[in-house]
Design a protein around this ligand. Structure first.
Ligand code: SAM
Length: 297
């Protein structure tokens, strides 16, 4: 059975009495070369376990199963589980789990796999929750060897943008704290069923073994990044003033001077090391404000 053939996909869906669920981002791949290229792009050894998010009807899953020791595939749509039992029935190294990846206990599910060898993530992500899924994977701190995901082309450009470029945003800065993202190749919209409105691209993220920056508080780092991009057209001091109403003007000017930037700098010009230094400085200011005589009374 060729799972990339649109006629076959439609037949499978009709035999199981189901349709494509747009609200779950169901656009299935119809090009076997693209499928195999995504599976190859994991760049892990054959003894690896691969976590796949959203196997759909099992197209990418089969390609991963042919290359790696084990595949754990999380699919939220209950209707697709009987389909996957059919299409993956002959793949002894695949475990399909009906679960929402955002709710799943990934550490628990993959504990034995992390003990056994390398673990990587590979997925054609549902586009409506790309960023929450990526942030969950990164913030989990699980030692994935790599994360290879297909996302909308525009999102791929954003994930891999350099500071100072138009595409650089809060998600770029946040991802760069956890690893290095690289856009590998684009995939035209015509290679999916149903055909989406925009092209896609595959991004490969290699997690830092040693983080390049160590903020004193990660929570403050992410709050600082959020504030800096919260008012995108504003200068950094104005954006920080809106995001940190607890700080006075002098403290905000001091924070920007601390990272050696002029007062007209914008958040999109800062790299993750500058955001780290900025957030440490802001943390000190907030602590000083709280412990100042009379504070809180
Ligand atoms: N891997 C298949 C392919 O490449 O043809 C399907 C990819 S399709 C873009 C996204 C898949 O993610 C769908 O099967 C959808 O049901 C599933 N999905 C959507 N939200 C999910 C969630 N929160 N957790 C797990 N799977 C999800």
């Amino acid at each position: 059975m060729n799972l990339c053939d649109p006629k076959t996909i439609r037949k499978i869906m009709s035999v199981h009495g189901i349709g494509f669920r747009k609200e779950l981002g169901q656009n299935f791949l119809t090009d076997s070369t693209t499928v195999d290229s995504i599976a190859d792009a994991c760049l892990v050894s054959r003894d690896a376990t691969v976590l796949e998010i959203g196997p759909g009807i099992g197209t990418l899953t089969r390609s991963l199963a042919a290359r790696y020791r084990r595949v754990v595939a999380l699919e939220v749509d209950r209707n697709l589980i009987p389909v996957l039992e059919d299409t993956l029935g002959d793949c002894g190294n695949v475990q399909v789990i009906q679960a929402d990846v955002l709710q799943a206990d990934l550490a628990g599910l993959l504990a034995a796999d992390f003990a056994a060898g390398p673990v990587a993530v590979c997925a054609n992500l549902p586009y409506y929750i790309t960023t929450p899924i990526l942030m969950k994977l990164l913030e989990s701190r699980l030692p994935f060897q790599s994360i290879t995901v297909m996302v909308q082309d525009e999102v791929a450009s954003r994930l891999c943008a350099q500071p100072g470029s138009r595409a650089y945003g809060a998600v770029t800065a946040s991802v760069s704290y956890f690893g290095q993202a690289q856009k590998l190749f684009t995939v035209p919209a015509s290679r999916f069923l149903p055909t989406p409105k925009v092209n896609s691209a595959v991004v490969h993220i290699v997690l830092w073994r040693q983080p390049p920056c160590q903020p004193r508080s990660e929570e403050m780092l992410f709050r600082t990044i959020k504030a800096a991009f919260g008012q995108r057209r504003k200068t950094l001091p104005n954006a920080l003033a809106a995001g940190f109403p607890e700080l006075n003007r002098e403290q905000i000017r001091g924070a920007v001077a601390h990272i050696g930037q002029p007062l007209n700098v914008r958040g999109e010009c800062l790299d993750i090391a500058q955001f780290t230094a900025l957030s440490d400085y802001i943390l000190d200011c907030l602590t000083a404000n709280r412990t100042a005589p009379g504070a809180g009374f």
